[in-house]
Design a binder for this molecule. Structure first.
Ligand code: 13P
Length: 261
């Protein structure tokens, strides 16, 4: 089992005051009961990043900072966009790339996903490549080939030195925000297919996360039976206790599996 990674995607929730409050609560909970084995990351909205970074720094928190998106371009006439240099200046160490909500609602094509991923890793920042099928693709039993194509399109030809900066998050669209997480068997099938494709592309060591209605109740089964390396959490990351509960599940599962080795 790889060292677990849990990322909280706050999406378009929490203004900067609320974000500060949540970050303080998270810092206190994780200070009282530090996570020994799990990397924790939060991805607030752009306008909260500065405030969240300040709290994490002043609390000397081990939680790292992510952005939910970035422009593929370096600078210039891109009204409404944010560049990677602006993010790294704020201490952002991770960026989500190609979340299904950006692909579906903001016309983020496979080509733009690939270009954005390159921008991120070129800046020595960790990229979380999000992939996943919608219900129609799954009903047609094309989910494996669909996700394999998403991976190949984003990762093929990426320089070898950048590969360690890539993490993959499998998020079936039908499981996002629905309370209907994919089953451990479905996740395990997809994790295997994703790892197979990743190996073929030269990414054998890449961590694979699952996202889609993850809670502390389904986290252990998903981690152990689904064979993932952690989670990309939406709704349950908006409360300090539910997010830290997921981190603890990962910590406990990792400790148990390390003892078995
Ligand atoms: P939920 O955990 O709310 O289903 O969201 C998953 C997600 O999209 C994380 O990026």
């Amino acid at each position: 089992m790889n060292r677990p990674l849990v990322i909280g995607n706050w999406k378009m929730n929490l203004d900067f005051v609320e974000a500060v409050h949540l970050t303080q609560q998270l810092s206190v909970l994780l200070k009282n009961q530090p996570s020994a084995h799990t990397d924790a990351v939060v991805a607030p909205p752009f306008v909260d990043l500065r405030s969240v970074a300040s709290v994490l720094e002043s609390e000397r928190s081990s939680v790292a900072l992510a952005a939910q998106h970035v422009s593929a371009h370096e600078s210039g006439a891109h009204t409404g966009e944010v560049s990677l240099a602006m993010l790294t200046r704020l201490g952002v160490a991770w960026v989500l790339v190609g979340h299904s909500e950006r692909r579906a609602h903001y016309a983020m094509s496979d080509d733009v996903v690939a270009a954005t991923l390159r921008t991120v890793v070129r800046g020595a920042v960790n990229a979380v490549l999000c992939v996943g099928e919608d219900e129609a693709v799954r009903d047609a039993s094309e989910h494996e080939s669909y996700v394999a194509a998403q991976l190949a399109s984003a990762l093929a030809g990426l320089e070898e030195k950048s590969r360690a900066l890539v993490t993959v998050a499998y998020e079936p669209i039908w499981a996002i925000g629905t309370g209907r997480s994919a089953s451990a068997a479905q996740i395990s099938e997809m994790t295997l297919a994703i790892r197979r494709e990743l190996s073929a592309l030269g990414f054998a060591d890449t961590r694979v996360l699952y996202g889609g209605s993850v809670t502390s109740d389904n986290a252990a089964t998903t981690l152990l039976d689904g064979g993932v390396d952690g989670f990309l959490v939406g709704g349950a990351s908006l409360k300090a206790d539910s997010f830290t509960a997921i981190i603890r599940v990962c910590d406990d599962c990792y400790a148990v599996s390390a003892n078995r080795r």
